[in-house]
Design a protein around this ligand. Structure first.
Ligand code: PEP
Length: 257
């Protein structure tokens, strides 16, 4: 039995304006109780424009829901129009930031070097990265999904000190399962998550690998989360679509019920 606390993180993607965000977090906070928070860490990754409102609500009502952003600039400040920096996110008391989500890799050309720079930027400013990795359908069909995903893990962690690597969250998200309703089988997800942990042990130590939380992401819903969470190397879920429904997300948090 490991001591890793499961992390259920909702990736809202480009949904919910700041007023909708407040209503949604209030609904979630009302649904969740102390027992839920003791058992599972709950986080929401919101659009940048929602963060200040969510911070005010979480601080004001002393909520146990944690929050963060969906991306971070690799730079601290300067002529990077449209970007948001680590210092800005840490000032808003973000706990987490997603880095290298497949939609960033696909639509914004983010490669492993950029992901690596963003992981380091997150740590520099006290944020915990949720580093997303995973293969496209063609890669899985060719049988290269483990190799492909481990190369992303190695690239993303390059040069990262062990004490930081030990606290990272790695989200294994097969691209073909994101937003498609096609969930990766629990055994298939476990296969890759075990390989990720072994890779971290190879790059660092077994002790570091045992601390790293590895999430599965890709069409997670209340109806399939228990089977996924039963796997020993899966320590939580990164939830897109289903996190926009507070009742559904609450059921995901209560995967043990
Ligand atoms: C995601 O956005 O990271 C994700 C896994 O989305 P969905 O749950 O909608 O597949």
């Amino acid at each position: 039995q490991n001591t890793r606390k499961p992390l259920m993180a909702g990736n809202w993607k480009m949904n919910l304006n700041h007023l909708e965000a407040i209503a949604h977090v209030q609904k979630l906070a009302f649904a969740l109780n102390d027992k839920d928070h003791d058992a599972v860490e709950v986080a929401v990754l919101t659009p940048f424009t929602d963060l200040r409102s969510v911070q005010t609500l979480v601080d004001g009502d002393k909520l146990k829901i944690r929050y963060g952003a969906q991306d971070i600039s690799a730079h601290d400040s300067g002529a990077y129009t449209g970007e948001i920096s680590g210092p800005m996110l840490s000032k808003l008391k973000c706990a987490y930031v997603a880095v290298g989500h497949s939609e960033r890799r696909q639509y914004h050309g983010e490669d492993d070097a950029i992901v690596n720079a963003k992981v380091k930027a997150a740590y520099k400013h006290g944020l915990t990265p949720i580093m997303c990795v995973g293969e496209e359908l063609a890669v899985r069909e060719a049988g290269n999904h483990v190799e492909h995903t481990l190369a992303q893990v190695e690239g993303g962690l390059k040069g990262l000190p062990a004490e930081q690597a030990a606290t990272i969250v790695i989200a294994y998200e097969p691209v073909w399962a994101i937003g498609t309703g096609k969930v990766c089988g629990a055994d298939d997800a476990q296969e890759v998550c075990t390989a990720i942990r072994a890779k971290v042990a190879e790059l660092y130590t077994q002790e570091v690998a045992d601390q790293v939380r590895i999430q599965y992401g890709g069409s997670v819903k209340a109806g399939n989360v228990a089977e996924i969470m039963a796997k020993p190397d899966i320590d939580g879920a990164l939830v897109g679509g289903a996190s926009l429904d507070a009742d559904e997300f609450t059921k995901i948090v209560r995967f043990r019920d």
